[in-house]
Write a protein that binds this ligand. Sequence first.
Ligand code: GLV
Length: 317
Amino acid sequence: MARPRLLVTRRIYPDVLERLIAHFEVSHNQESDTPRSKQELIDLIAPSEYLFCTVADRIDADILAAAQGLKMIATGAVGTNNIDLAACRARGIPVSNTPDVLTETTADFGWALIMATARRIGEAERYVRGGHWKGWSFDQITGVDVYGSTLGIIGMGRIGAAIARRAQGFGMQVLYHNRSRAQQEQAARYVDKETLLRSADFVILVVPYSQETHHLIAKAELALMKPTACLINIARGGVVNDADLLAALQARQIRAAGLDVFENEPALLPGFCQLDNAVLTPHIASATRATRGAMNHLAADNLLAHLAGRPLKTPVA
Ligand code: GLV
């Protein structure tokens, strides 16, 4: 019997590919990891019954329309804003994602950006590498204390809660804002968004991207933040209005930003790379070998579950 056709859009770990090849006729390109153009995706998906995609593939209505035999989509990510879920629902195409396995790793990275912005790690590194370090001095690249400061978490899901737990070790006051109140409030106190923005020394964004969270942080919100505060975005580009943030950082209206995601990534607005007061990383919050491997395997588990007629392990609602 012919095996069902699976399109894997990007390079995945070889052990995961092996698991899939045992059950599917897999179309993949392990040699190159360049994003597929929309037309390439349309051509490749047309004969496919299964799709393994990533955050960087936009699976919109046109792509779905080209995939008339599509039975299921597994994305190797927790975020699903790149997939037209409404169109999938209308067509009865189930979608799975990769929650849980990346929670602690992503929370660690949120902390890496908190520390890097507070203590100006990127700037200090550029200073040393650039040969500018001529000797020790009291006021060289001074930062701000994290210990004992106030953390504001916008989005208190699994990753937000893991970030809050870590903040206890830093003796921080933790505020959060969320659509609904979290169950466990020991580690963090619920406040409205305005109070959080006015009070926090570090504001970290951990919300999914949606119409509701589009430009959640823009000019007006940045104006509420303390001039000494740092903004960290490990959520999605589009949650922040990048042009407004760039202007605020250029004007030193806030102290600094740690940014792992951007509105039109991988393209950055001209000006970001010239900022000293921004730590910029290429969407790597979940990028440890162990966690990316676990995300790959979980996507494969979901594909194999569907193929075997079992419930998906981690379906997207
Ligand atoms: C990464 O951004 C993810 O959604 O997993």
